[in-house]
Design a protein around this ligand. Structure first.
Ligand SMILES: *Cc1c(COP(=O)(O)O)cnc(C)c1O
Length: 237
């Protein structure tokens, strides 16, 4: 029996999957080259179980405590957890315990902490460097985090030197006042540069509910979609 929440999630998920498919085709890309990460922050583990039953395996969370609790509750599903929020250094050990992919690496200090913790647990973590896409010259005051593009080489080098972390690509959030496709093309250009020296950095995490089609047009391999599938979040963020 399906309850109404399950029907609602199924409908919205189908819609997002269809749009991803169409956006990929429109750019001459393969739909299978794009991974949908469903962002479940603020929503209960029961929703994640319903989404798992609909075939979703990749889930995104941005708060350490909440993510840790859900990962523990859903251990039986063997999900891949994508951590997409800012990480305070003292939370790095927690994130390293369950995250398969961290999208929000933006400092060498965080690289060091994640690596130590992952190593201790015998885990390996794919890491994306989050790049700030705010206009140059503007203070990174948006609160969205992200390293300056000029710091990319040294963060990439730090990840290369890490034992239990892998440099897997880049992540970005389009600034509110920017044209998403322009911001994401800039991110894709940074990734193209990066791949000359780091060919393994093949992931491009870009696009949220409002702009994932633009992100796919710019080359996103991973889109992070929350509210278009789960509904408007009860709390801000
Ligand atoms: C919340 C969040 C998303 C998903 O946002 P929606 O607009 O709900 O799709 C994607 N990326 C990051 C970094 C987020 O914090």
């Amino acid at each position: 029996m399906t309850d109404s929440r399950s029907d609602q999630l199924e409908q919205r998920l189908d819609d997002v999957r269809t749009r991803i498919h169409e956006a990929a085709r429109a750019s001459g890309r393969l739909p299978t080259d794009i991974t949908l990460v469903v962002v479940t922050k603020t929503w209960p583990s029961s929703d994640i179980r319903l989404l798992h039953a609909l075939g979703v395996r990749h889930f995104g969370e941005n708060r350490s405590q909440e993510a840790e609790r859900k990962a523990a509750e859903l251990l039986d599903l063997k999900l891949t957890w994508h951590f997409i929020g800012q990480i305070q250094s003292n939370k790095a050990a927690h994130v390293a315990a369950y995250a398969g992919v961290v999208h929000s690496v933006d400092s060498k200090r965080l690289v060091a902490r994640l690596d130590t913790s992952a190593q201790r647990r015998g885990r390996s973590i794919d890491c994306l460097v989050q790049v700030s896409l705010d206009d140059d010259g503007v203070e990174p005051s948006s609160g969205r985090g992200g390293a300056a593009a000029e710091d990319l080489p040294e963060l990439a080098a730090a990840l290369d030197a890490a034992t239990s972390l892998r440099l897997a690509g880049l992540m970005g959030v389009a600034p509110i006042d920017a044209e998403p496709v322009v911001a994401y093309r800039r991110l894709a250009a940074l990734q193209a540069d990066l791949r000359e020296r780091h060919p393994g950095a093949e992931m491009l995490s870009a696009g949220m509910s409002g702009d994932y089609e633009a992100a796919i047009a710019a080359g996103a391999t991973h889109v992070r979609v929350g509210s278009a599938i789960l509904g408007e979040r009860p709390l801000l963020r």
